[in-house]
Write a protein that binds this ligand. Structure first.
Ligand SMILES: NC(=O)c1ccc[n+]([C@@H]2O[C@H](COP(=O)([O-])OP(=O)(O)OC[C@H]3O[C@@H](n4cnc5c(N)ncnc54)[C@H](OP(=O)(O)O)[C@@H]3O)[C@@H](O)[C@H]2O)c1
Length: 345
């Protein structure tokens, strides 16, 4: 019975969300005075709700990383109106497509240059259920944005994150996965670039990338948290079924007709963006665990069998390392900016 109640609470909004066995509310977010955070995709949807909540709880500085200046300006306008000018002034927007790993590196280096600490990293931005597409670097866009871009970002920020932990703080990294990770193709091996560039349909593309996001959190916990940095935590989350641009608009791109059911038919049952932000806020500000898959509101779940495979995680990260090296070496060396310092654990 607990399991059924948790499943309902995890995925739906309103009264349904009260059924979960372990409760956490946004008001339980601790005071964050003095802390610095980065939120990817913090300008819209769930990421915006995370950004808003952190600022509301007195975060000292917040970097928002996203693509659209207009959306970011709109977000800042809402922050001014609802939390006041001083909260909005504590945010810095950095334009960055996570599929552009050169830009990701530059953004991370810029953050590292001017900050003595980084307490919270929320790897939230994502490409939703959309048609398969290759980036200019020749990599599947779902994997390039949802997983690899965040690995590049985290890896470049890791020295600062570790330093913050060494100063006595608990550093929390939260990756936005999805329960759809369990729909990744059963033959997923993460064996080659050709494999991840193979179109497995919009649902499969998304699911495979979210499996990678979850595997990365578990891998990181083994290689970093349990390997000398007990206060640098990384967890993955599932937000539930949330009303956002992804589920209201982007879904029409692969499913022009069928998207209607997802965007309108079940709209009344979806969570709003604040309800969807609850597990991330928990993972980013409260948890003392690492390598967990946290479902709403704050319930650690096992995830699929694939997501628990250490062997699959090792192969994923080996492939990630090889792809980043191969795709960035020539151009970055030409630009006098080798990726040799990339810390890919
Ligand atoms: N909605 C759901 O039901 C649901 C369920 C499970 C998991 N999730 C995950 O939750 C996360 C947030 O999704 P959401 O529903 O809040 O979607 P959303 O409202 O569409 O917001 C997505 C955010 O990610 C940013 N973004 C997208 N592509 C990017 C890129 N290439 N580089 C940098 N930033 C990029 C967007 O910035 P711009 O506006 O500038 O493009 C936006 O701020 C995603 O990882 C999604 O997969 C959502």
């Amino acid at each position: 019975m607990h399991k059924i109640k948790n499943t309902i609470a995890e995925n739906f909004g309103g009264a349904a969300s009260e059924l979960g066995s372990r409760q956490f509310k946004l008001d339980d977010c601790p005071d964050l005075s003095g802390k610095v955070a980065v939120v990817t995709g913090g300008s819209e949807g769930i990421g915006f709700a995370v950004a808003y909540t952190l600022l509301k709880h007195n975060l000292s500085k917040l970097y928002i990383i996203s693509v659209s200046r207009d959306v970011a300006n709109g977000a800042k306008g809402v922050l001014v109106k609802e939390l006041g000018q001083s909260a909005a002034d504590r945010t810095i927007w950095m334009e960055c497509d996570l599929a552009d790993w050169f830009r990701v590196k530059d953004v991370a280096e810029a953050i590292k240059r001017v900050n003595e600490r980084l307490d919270i990293l929320v790897n939230n931005a994502g490409r939703g259920i959309m048609t398969a597409e290759l980036t200019p670097l020749g990599v599947d866009r779902h994997m390039a944005v949802n997983h690899i871009g965040h690995v590049v970002l985290t890896s470049h920020l890791l020295p600062l994150l570790r330093r913050t932990a060494e100063q006595g703080s608990i550093v929390r990294i939260s990756n936005q996965a999805s329960n759809l990770h369990n729909k990744a193709p059963s033959n997923t091996k993460f064996a080659s670039l050709d494999e991840i560039n193979t179109d497995v349909g919009s649902n499969g593309q998304y699911a495979r990338s979210k499996l990678a996001v979850l595997l990365y959190a578990r891998y990181f916990a083994r290689k970093v948290t349990k390997n000398g940095y007990p206060n640098v935590l990384m967890n993955a989350t599932h937000p539930g079924f949330v009303s956002s641009k992804q589920s209201r608009k982007d879904i029409f791109e692969p499913f022009p007709a069928g998207g209607y059911a997802m965007s309108h038919g079940i709209e009344p049952f979806k969570k709003d963006q604040f309800e969807g932000s609850v597990p991330t806020v928990y993972a980013a500000t409260v948890t003392n665990d690492s390598g967990q898959y946290i479902c709403p509101p704050a319930i650690p779940e096992e995830g699929s069998a694939q997501s628990q495979s250490e062997e699959l995680a090792e192969r994923l990260m080996e492939l990630t390392r090889n792809i980043v090296r191969e795709k960035t070496r020539s151009e970055s060396v030409e630009k006098g900016c080798p990726f040799d310092d990339l810390v890919l654990h």
